[in-house]
Ligand binder design. Structure first.
Ligand code: ADP
Length: 285
């Protein structure tokens, strides 16, 4: 399988730097071993800043993987690599491959493991050429086979599993908007779910665009109600086993979102043992 061989070649050509990266993040790996958290602080010994983390973000469509993975990538100075973005770039490029993928994506199905690994391996090779090290993967792995391949070629330190109730996920996907010019993501949904059966309520304010983006907002073709429901079904069938895969390795950090960005971001920093000081330094850098 050529795509996998390319990824394997990538890993073997940089095995020394990968080994160094693995060593530098060993503290994080040890700290998460055999533990899961639901909004509880991670052990205080964990300090991943500047360690070229190799993290994975899991979670259903609409949970906010992109938002939090992107913020953390800025904070930790590692690339945020979202396979959904790689797929959309291919669709927008007008290539033959992009045309083949369009129907699959717009029906809410998964692209084949071979194709997604080929796209990812190209992205990693390009990043390596620019001297990138470490990563936060978002939307990969999405099948157990992808997780096994990733395990064969590199070391994953931590897997963050973001969670929200399904009714909220659907509302959030339907409220998603992108500025066609600056490519920023916004959300016009105003979420207000009452707490019941011991579960706390969830409120999320909309994330509204600035005036200059309002007339340029577009919606993803796969963010219609039917397709979102199909993506959730596919997630439960194909991607939930990936959670079990990493749970078995003791790498899974479960994180129930307490609300919108204002409430969630500080709590996420807390469980990852990152603080505002890290954020200020990163922003100032
Ligand atoms: P979501 O909002 O559902 O998390 P993404 O932006 O991550 O969406 O992905 C969009 C689409 O790209 C998916 O529905 C799927 O068709 C394809 N895709 C992205 N990542 C993968 C992957 N790892 N394996 C297979 N298909 C993928």
């Amino acid at each position: 399988m050529a795509a996998v061989i390319r990824l394997l070649r990538l890993s073997s050509s940089s095995s020394l730097s990968l080994a160094r990266r693995s060593l530098s993040t060993a503290v994080v790996t040890e700290a998460v071993k055999s533990q899961t958290y639901t909004q509880n602080p991670a052990p205080t010994a964990v300090d991943p800043k500047g360690r070229n983390v190799q993290w994975v973000f899991l979670g259903c469509p609409g949970v906010g993987k992109g938002t939090y993975a992107s913020r953390l990538s800025t904070l930790l100075s590692v690339p945020h690599i979202a396979t959904g973005d790689l797929v959309r770039e291919e669709l927008n490029s007008g290539s033959n491959l992009g045309k083949q993928l369009e129907d699959i994506v717009n029906q809410g199905k998964l692209v084949s493991d071979d194709i997604i690994i080929s796209l990812l391996s190209k992205r990693l090779e390009a990043g390596e050429g620019k001297g990138e090290s470490g990563f936060i993967l978002d939307g990969f792995p999405r099948t157990v086979r992808q997780a096994e391949i990733l395990d064969e070629v590199t070391h994953i330190d931590l897997v963050v599993n973001l969670k929200l109730p399904e009714s909220v996920l659907i509302e959030k996907c339907l409220g998603r908007r992108i500025c066609s010019q600056c490519r920023e993501n916004f959300n016009v949904a105003s979420i207000n779910v009452k707490g019941e059966n011991g579960r706390p309520g969830i409120s999320m304010a909309p994330l509204l665009p600035p005036p200059q983006c309002v007339s340029k907002l577009i919606t993803r073709a796969d963010d219609t109600e039917d397709v979102v429901k199909e993506r959730l079904r596919v997630y439960n069938e194909k991607s939930q086993p990936v959670e079990d895969f990493y749970r078995g390795q003791g790498k899974l950090l479960e994180f129930d979102l307490p609300g919108g960005i204002q409430e969630t971001w500080p709590k996420l920093l807390e469980v990852l043992n990152l603080d505002e000081q890290d954020e200020k330094q990163s922003v100032a850098a």
